[in-house]
Design a protein around this ligand. Sequence first.
Ligand SMILES: [Fe+2]
Length: 244
Amino acid sequence: MALRAIAGKKTLALGLVFSPCAAAGASAPGMGLGLRQARGLVTFSLPDLPYDYGALEPAISGEIMKLHHQKHHQTYITNYNKALEQLEEAMAKGDSSKVVHLQSAIKFNGGGHINHSIFWQNLKPVNEGGGEPPHSTLGWAIDTDFGSLEALVQKMNAEGAALQGSGWVWLALDKELKKLKVETTANQDPLVTKGANLVPLLGIDVWEHAYYLQYKNVRPDYLKNIWKVMNWKYAGEVYDKEIA
Ligand SMILES: [Fe+2]
């Protein structure tokens, strides 16, 4: 795990800031993500949302967005940073047991940070183009791989509704096969845990904290409405960059 930038911290920081599509990887960069460096360790800070908390209403309430961003995402970041610092100490001491022990906290909290950083980008207010269907290359690929946009939405909604417990449903690009796929991940596992070739184009958070205050236990209604504020432009840009 490249917690320290072997080639130099500056190189890593530049990669984080200027490489949006590396969101598929472990650093979820280019999404308003801030960095701070403590004792040479690269840690993370909460990225700003690219819209106001209430801007996605009525699809997603401002109350949910504020809590989700300020409390849930922040907690993942806080715990991720804590685990990274502990890992650095354990590595410096050569404490292999501790290094292994920390892996689950890093996966869960680092995954939470990666996933939410993507999720905020996946949403857009209606008056800024949220919900507008994908055009050109991504639109054609969806038709080829799923039959139609409606069929894709139906598949993602069905898989999201059926996912037991907490997790995510993804529209992914398999870079090697140049094919779109729908995948789900449990808990805060990022998409990369399902395959290193998978790039997240859209991820939908199906944890109860993402919808319960507004939709109570009716996850299918949340899934139905989230498409009204989906940022297909972002998905199309990631697709075009990765498929080139
Ligand atoms: Fe969440």
